[in-house]
Every structure is written in structure tokens, then in C-alpha cells.
Design a protein around this ligand. Structure first.
Ligand code: AMP
Length: 248
């Protein structure tokens, strides 16, 4: 059984985000980039399925600039088998990503697509759902537990106030939440080995997909600075202040 894991190259989650002076977006020059954390969880889950003998091949795919090769290699160093880079320097919106992934699914015919529930740069949370719509495949979103059972997969979903478990017939698309697992670090020998694993390079044009943007970002701004708090001497003063502010 083959699993496809789409991974996005994003600003490293430990980097303090700075907005460009002209408000046109987030500063990306000389900024450390990494695999989207939700996608690391998806790779880890695929690896655990392979280690449990339920999966035979894990294919990583990324749409992005040449540097996204590093992101794919990270997945290969974690233990995935091969990679596909769909190379473009353009900003690719979720619908275009989903259309490209649909083409990869047509070619690769995976039984399961395991992907992040959202990319931490744009916070869209759209690609998995759009991909399911385009391919007419069943979808299980926000997975906190995934169990493969022959020709179906059980997905426990994190929903408001609890967990909902759904069963999807394979092939299916599952988007993962952070609580699913703790991703492994790649060891040095595996990083070396990953350099030799196969990595195909394609283009959106070769797939015949129009990736021109449909959304125009008007402005990006920093969150408003928080005003400093005050210290109160005792509980009575606290209650008085809260009453003054209309909180109680
Ligand atoms: P989003 O809908 O942008 O929040 O992204 C949801 C998920 O779609 C991510 O966690 C990735 O698994 C996948 N994805 C989004 N953009 C890309 C991309 N450029 N390349 C590969 N996968 C992507």
C-alpha cells in the first residue's frame, strides 16, 4: 500500500515572524525555513504505518521553489522512500496546490493521502478539503488517531467538545492534527542515506495546471502591541478594578 504525503516548506516555527516594511507580506529573506509542523506529523504517521507492516511505500511531494528539495529530503531522512518536487517560484494558493496534488494522485494512485490540516504560514486549512472535493475521495480531517483496517481507515477527529470517529473507504484523504504523534528527528546516517533516495522534478506547466493567483493580499500587519498590565495590592482592589472595567 502506497501513502502520499504532501509537505510544505514554511518559515521555521521557532523564527519570530517579521512583516515587510511595505506591508506586502512576511519577510522571507535570510529566514530559516522548515517543513510545516503538521506535515512532519503526517510523515511520522506514515512511517509508523510502514513500521507496522501496513504500508509498503511512502512518497513525499512538495510544491515550491528549488529549496523545497531540502524539505523533501527531510522527509526522506525521516524514512520516506522517494520524493516529487513540483517546482515553481510563484506563490501557490490552496486550490492550485489541490489541483496539482490531484494530478499526482492520478499518476501515483496512493491508497492514502496523509497531509497536514493546515500550513502555519498562511493558516488556510483548505487544501485537504479541496483535494477531497476534486478527487471525490472520502476525507477525514483533523485526525488525532488513525487506524488502517484492510480496505478502510478509522479516523478519530478532534471536534468542538470531543472526538468523533469516522470510517473512510480507501483510497482516502486524511488531514492530521498535532496531537496525533511526536515526529522523530532524522539521524545523521539517515540524512546521508536520504541524499541518494530518488527525487523527481516536475513543473505545474507539465501537469497542465494554471496556478495563477486568484486572491490578492491587500495588506499584512503585525498584531497590535499589548498594553502593559497593572499590579493590584489586594483582592478588594482587584474586584474594584474589574467592576470599573465592567468585567463583573
Ligand atoms: P493549507 O490548506 O494551505 O493550510 O495546507 C494544508 C496542507 O496542504 C499542508 O499541511 C500540506 O500537507 C498541504 N500543502 C499546502 N501547500 C502545499 C505545498 N505548496 N506543497 C505541498 N503540500 C502543500
Amino acid at each position: 500500500m502506497k501513502v502520499l504525503v504532501p509537505v510544505k516548506r514554511v518559515v521555521d516555527s521557532n523564527v519570530r515572524i517579521r512583516v515587510r516594511a511595505d506591508g506586502s507580506g512576511v519577510e522571507l529573506t535570510n529566514v530559516k525555513m522548515a517543513m510545516n509542523p503538521f506535515d512532519e506529523v503526517a510523515v511520522e504517521e506514515a512511517l509508523r504505518m510502514k513500521e507496522a507492516g501496513k504500508v509498503s511505500e511512502i512518497v513525499i511531494v512538495s510544491i515550491g521553489p528549488a529549496a523545497a528539495t531540502d524539505t523533501i529530503r527531510t522527509g526522506l531522512a525521516m524514512g520516506a522512500d522517494r520524493g516529487i518536487l513540483i517546482k515553481t517560484d510563484q506563490n501557490v494558493e490552496p486550490l492550485a496546490v489541490a489541483k496539482l496534488l490531484q494530478k499526482v494522485i492520478d499518476e501515483e494512485k496512493p491508497q492514502l493521502v496523509l497531509m497536514g490540516k493546515q500550513a502555519i504560514d498562511d493558516d488556510y486549512n483548505q487544501t485537504g478539503q479541496m483535494l477531497a472535493a476534486l478527487t471525490s475521495l472520502p476525507q477525514g480531517t483533523f485526525a488525532s488517531k488513525i487506524e488502517l483496517n484492510g480496505d478502510s481507515v478509522d479516523v478519530a477527529r478532534e471536534i468542538d467538545g470531543g472526538i468523533q470517529t469516522v470510517q473512510l473507504k480507501l483510497p482516502a484523504i486524511v488531514t492530521v492534527d498535532l496531537h496525533l504523534n511526536e515526529p522523530r528527528y532524522a539521524s545523521l546516517p539517515n540524512i546521508m542515506k536520504a541524499k541518494k533516495k530518488p527525487l523527481d522534478e516536475k513543473t505545474p506547466e507539465a501537469y497542465g495546471v494554471d496556478i495563477s493567483p486568484r486572491v490578492k493580499i491587500l495588506k499584512t500587519s503585525e498584531p497590535a502591541a499589548r498594553t502593559a498590565g497593572i499590579k493590584v495590592a489586594n483582592a478588594a482592589e482587584l474586584v474594584a478594578k474589574l467592576k470599573e472595567a465592567g468585567v463583573i
